[in-house]
Design a protein around this ligand. Structure first.
Ligand SMILES: C[S@@+](CC[C@H](N)C(=O)[O-])C[C@H]1O[C@@H](n2cnc3c(N)ncnc32)[C@H](O)[C@@H]1O
Length: 275
């Protein structure tokens, strides 16, 4: 981060404090994102300056926890970007079908909607039973929600539409049971999903997998951090493995761009070349 004025210095010191005290490293997240979130928390807290926030972060665990939640944006949905899931069915599933066992890593899975969408597709394609889905995030609150698999029933209309647009042909309502104003994801979709706490910035390779999905996470990282995390994905993928990024993310500035073939440029789907 470049220091332009006092608040830049304060933000940098605040992020140092968060890292040194709690181990969460936001120092190479995109400046605009970090600044927006910190200023928002500053307003909500009624504190006078970012330096005062630093004091709270160091001495008040619950305040620190609030700020860490603020800095990790967990917005997600089932079958987000239906076009992407359509391409996944058409271009990635045939690759997965060639493997006797399949391992998939959802990095930055938030509250789980993405992993459950994958579970539905795998089930419909007859692949679920031979697949392990690793779904990871560094936000434990989000992971706890993901594990529960209980979502507001009000969202199901939108998710049903997403599912249909993504090429889903079954009844989406068959994948959950309604209870009052909640929708509970079927146990059968959960059984091969392993939820785990993993930090893309500070932890190492998670597992060797055939497919990595990391969508709408790298967009919050500065370029050098994106590069570092891309290396993690590259090292995790088997030869011929597939990498899926979010619609606003790309390999364009990655040192590893040449190591992937493009399966679908628009939907950000790439295949690791054989080493
Ligand atoms: C906007 S959500 C994206 C969720 C989902 N992949 C999607 O596209 O709908 C970003 C997620 O990345 C997670 N995240 C951010 N930084 C991370 C890190 N360093 N390690 C692991 N997860 C991280 C956040 O906690 C959040 O759940």
């Amino acid at each position: 981060m470049e220091y332009k004025d006092t608040s830049d210095i304060e933000i940098s010191l605040l992020l140092d404090a968060v890292y040194k005290k709690y181990g969460y490293d936001f120092r190479q997240y995109s400046e605009a994102h970090i600044r927006r979130r910190i200023m928002n928390r500053l307003t909500l807290s009624g504190l006078g300056s970012i330096s005062q926030m630093q004091d709270f972060v160091l001495h008040d665990k619950s305040f620190a926890s609030l700020l860490i939640q603020d800095l990790s944006i967990t917005v997600t949905e089932m079958f987000r970007d239906p076009d992407f899931y359509k391409a996944l069915r058409e271009k990635v599933i045939p690759v997965l079908k060639t493997y006797p066992f399949i391992k998939i890593w959802h990095a930055g899975c938030s509250t789980g909607e993405e992993a459950y969408s994958m579970a539905i597709i795998l089930r419909e394609e007859g692949l679920y039973e031979r697949t392990t889905i690793y779904a990871t995030d560094f936000n434990q609150q989000a992971l706890n929600k993901a594990k529960e698999g209980i979502f507001p029933a009000g969202l199901m209309k939108e998710y049903t539409l997403n599912y249909q647009l993504s090429g889903g042909k079954e009844s989406f309502a068959g994948y959950y049971t309604s209870s009052y104003d909640m929708a509970i994801i079927n146990q059968a979709l959960k059984k091969n999903i392993v939820w785990a706490n993993h930090n893309l910035v500070t932890d190492s390779v998670f597992a060797e997998v055939h497919l990595v999905l990391c969508r709408n996470v790298l967009i919050y990282f500065e370029r050098s951090l994106q590069n570092k995390v891309q290396k993690l994905f590259y090292d995790s993928l088997t030869n011929g493995g597939v990498l899926c990024l979010g619609s606003k993310e790309s390999l364009r500035f990655s040192d590893l761009q040449g190591e992937y073939a493009v399966l679908d440029q628009k939907r950000r789907i790439f295949k690791k070349k054989y080493e």
